[in-house]
Design a protein around this ligand. Structure first.
Ligand code: PMP
Length: 357
C-alpha cells in the first residue's frame, strides 16, 4: 500500500517533506529569476541578493558570527568530504555516517576508539578530529568540543542537529549539514568554518570565494534559507512536539516483551531506536509499511545493505538484539494520534513476526 498520509511518515531522519512555504520561495528562481548569481548584470544581482539572504538566514540558524563562514554545497556528504580532504592526518569517531567513514577510509584517516557511547580522544594528536553532534541511527547526542585539545581542528557532522536541536559552535572549526533534514530541498547543504577555510576540492570557478567551484544552485540555496528561517521561528515548538510523540510511542510499547531502547540517556527526541530480541528489523519495516507507517531499520543510505549496523556493532550490542532494530524518527507532520497508532501497529507486528519465527 502506498501511504499518502504524511502523519504516518516516521522516517524524518532519512529526509523530511519539503515545506510548502519553502517551495513558494523557491519557485521564482526556477522561472523568471533564473539569473546566474555570478553575473554582474541585474539578473545576476537579483540571484546573488537571494543567495546572500539565504546565507544570512543559515548563519543565524546555526549561530555563526559572520555569514561569510557558511559555504553552500550539495549537502552534508560533500561538506564532509571537503573537510576530510583538507587534512593529511585526521581521526573520525566510529559512530559516524558513511559520508564520513567512507572518505576517511579512502584518505587513510584513522578511527577513534570508544568505550560504549564514550568516544575516546586520539593518542597521537591528529590535525583534525570528527565527531557528529547527533547520531542518525540511535539519536545519541555528543559534544564534539569535548575533544578540543586533542587535535588542532574539530569537525562535527551536524546533519541530524541543524534545524532540530540547539547548535553550539563553541570550539568547533567545521560543521556540515543538509537542508532536506529540516524541511528544505534535497541536494543542497552547508559547510561552516570558524576561521581556517577548508581546502578547495571542487575546482573550476571562483564561486563561494574560490572555495567551491560551480554555478550556484540558486533555487536550492533559496529553499535552504527559507527552511532555516522557519526553523529559527519554529524549532522550539517542533522539539517539544517530538518529545511528546517519542513519549507516546514509548508508552505504547510498554506491554511488549524483550525490547530495549538504544542510544543512552542523552538522545535527540527526534530519533527513537528500539531493538526487539530475535527479530529482523527489515521484516518489521515491511510489516509496518503494510499498515501505512514508514519507519526504517537504520540509515537510509545503507538500507539496501545486509551488513549489520556499524553503530550497533561499535556498541557491542549482541547480534540477537542488533538484527531486530528499527528507527522511528519524528517530524512535525506526525500527530499524537499517528504516534499512538504506530506503537499499536508495531506491537502487533512484533507479536505477529514472533509467531512466524
Ligand atoms: N551525515 C548524517 C549524520 C546524515 O544523517 C546524512 C543523511 N542521511 C548525511 C550525513 C548525508 O547527507 P546528504 O545525503 O544530504 O549529503
Amino acid at each position: 500500500m502506498i501511504s499518502t498520509d504524511l502523519s504516518r511518515y516516521f522516517d524524518n531522519a532519512a529526509t523530511t517533506p519539503l515545506d510548502p512555504r519553502v517551495l513558494q520561495e523557491m519557485i521564482p528562481f526556477f522561472g523568471v529569476d533564473f539569473g546566474n548569481a555570478n553575473s554582474i548584470h541585474s539578473f545576476g544581482r537579483k540571484a546573488l541578493d537571494a543567495v546572500e539572504l539565504a546565507r544570512k538566514r543559515v548563519a543565524a540558524l546555526i549561530g555563526a558570527e559572520d555569514p561569510y563562514q557558511v559555504l553552500f554545497t550539495s549537502g552534508a556528504t560533500e561538506s564532509n568530504n571537503q573537510v576530510l580532504r583538507s587534512f593529511l592526518r585526521a581521526a573520525v569517531s566510529p559512530f559516524e555516517h558513511s559520508a564520513i567513514l567512507e572518505p576517511a577510509r579512502t584518505l587513510g584517516h584513522s578511527t577513534l576508539e570508544n568505550d560504549g557511547l564514550i568516544v575516546l580522544p586520539p593518542k597521537d594528536r591528529p590535525e583534525l578530529v570528527s565527531l557528529m553532534s547527533v547520531n542518525n541511527e540511535i539519536g545519541t547526542i555528543w559534544q564534539p568540543n569535548s575533544l578540543s585539545g586533542s587535535a588542532t581542528y574539530i569537525h562535527s557532522d551536524m546533519t541530524q542537529a541543524v534545524g532540530k536541536v540547539p547548535i553550539d559552535l563553541a570550539g568547533i572549526s567545521f560543521a556540515s549539514f543538509s537542508a532536506h533534514k529540516f524541511y528544505g530541498p534535497k541536494g543542497v547543504g552547508g559547510l561552516y568554518f570558524a576561521e581556517t577555510p577548508p581546502s578547495t576540492w571542487i575546482l573550476g570557478g571562483e564561486q563561494e570565494h574560490g572555495l567551491r567551484g560551480g554555478t550556484l544552485n540558486v533555487p536550492g540555496i533559496v529553499g535552504m534559507g527559507a527552511a532555516a528561517q522557519i526553523a529559527i521561528d519554529e524549532q522550539n515548538v517542533n522539539f517539544a512536539h517530538a518529545e511528546r510523540l517519542r513519549a507516546i510511542v514509548l508508552e505504547g510499547l510498554e506491554g511488549c516483551t524483550d525490547w530495549q531502547i538504544n542510544g543512552g540517556s542523552s538522545v535527540s527526541p527526534y530519533i527513537l531506536s528500539v531493538s526487539f530480541l530475535t527479530l529482523e528489523g527489515e521484516s518489521l519495516v515491511v510489516e509496518m509499511d503494510r499498515f501505512g507507517y514508514a519507519i526504517s531499520s537504520g540509515a537510509a543510505c545503507s538500507s539496501h545493505s545486509m551488513e549489520p549496523s556499524h553503530v550497533l556493532t561499535a556498541l557491542k550490542i549482541d547480534e540477537n538484539w542488533r538484527r531486530g532494530t528499527v528507527r522511528i524518527s519524528f517530524g512535525r507532520l506526525c500527530t499524537a494520534e499517528s504516534a499512538s497508532g504506530l506503537s499499536k501497529s508495531l506491537r502487533h507486528a512484533v507479536e505477529k513476526t514472533r509467531t512466524i519465527y
